[in-house]
Write a protein that binds this ligand. Sequence first.
Ligand SMILES: C[S@@+](CC[C@H](N)C(=O)[O-])C[C@H]1O[C@@H](n2cnc3c(N)ncnc32)[C@H](O)[C@@H]1O
Length: 203
Amino acid sequence: MKKNKISKNWINKQRKDIYVRKSKIEGYKSRAVYKLKEIDEKFKIFKHVDSVIDLGAAPGSWSQFATTKIKSEKILSIDLIRFEKFKNCHQIIGDFTDESCKDEIKRYFGKKVDLIISDMAVNTIGNKNVDSIVTGELCLNAMDFAIGSLETKGIFVSKVFMGSSFNEIVALAKKSFKNVKVFKPLASRKNSKETFIICKFLR
Ligand SMILES: C[S@@+](CC[C@H](N)C(=O)[O-])C[C@H]1O[C@@H](n2cnc3c(N)ncnc32)[C@H](O)[C@@H]1O
């Protein structure tokens, strides 16, 4: 399909999408917030949480939601691209996979954290198989970081695509966390291979 035809289809889809309309009414930066809300309703991921790292945070709806759940200023949002700053959120603009970025995150908290959420993904307008592989690598990278940075009772939530690295991701998660669930929120588009992994309590 030609690129401008893809963009027209995307614009039409956005216009019809109830979650896009709802996010505009409720003042959220993107429809992605409803995926996190569903995850929180089902798995209570923000319960007893004081510190949060939001990986792949732009345009910012997950961080916005985190500010409604946590009153401390210990929310750190990381993305490659610039996005609006929210009250109580600290930002790092950079590549999370860079060691220097990870060091900066660790310095910011100076201790282990309660919750790490990752919606990191590459641009899915390209080759979907390649995108899914790269996004799987981002998830593995984030999980590895989470294992070293979470409190024992900490929680890691990440976007993951059904595809080549899915089984490897679930296997690593089960090896490292006591409680692992895979969940596709209603707000996640049906025709997308996207799903989410929710990992609780380090082994
Ligand atoms: C689906 S969007 C996130 C939407 C966000 N959760 C929200 O609620 O607004 C995925 C984001 O991951 C970011 N991303 C991809 N690779 C990254 C990396 N290596 N480091 C930091 N951010 C990355 C992209 O720039 C993009 O903004």
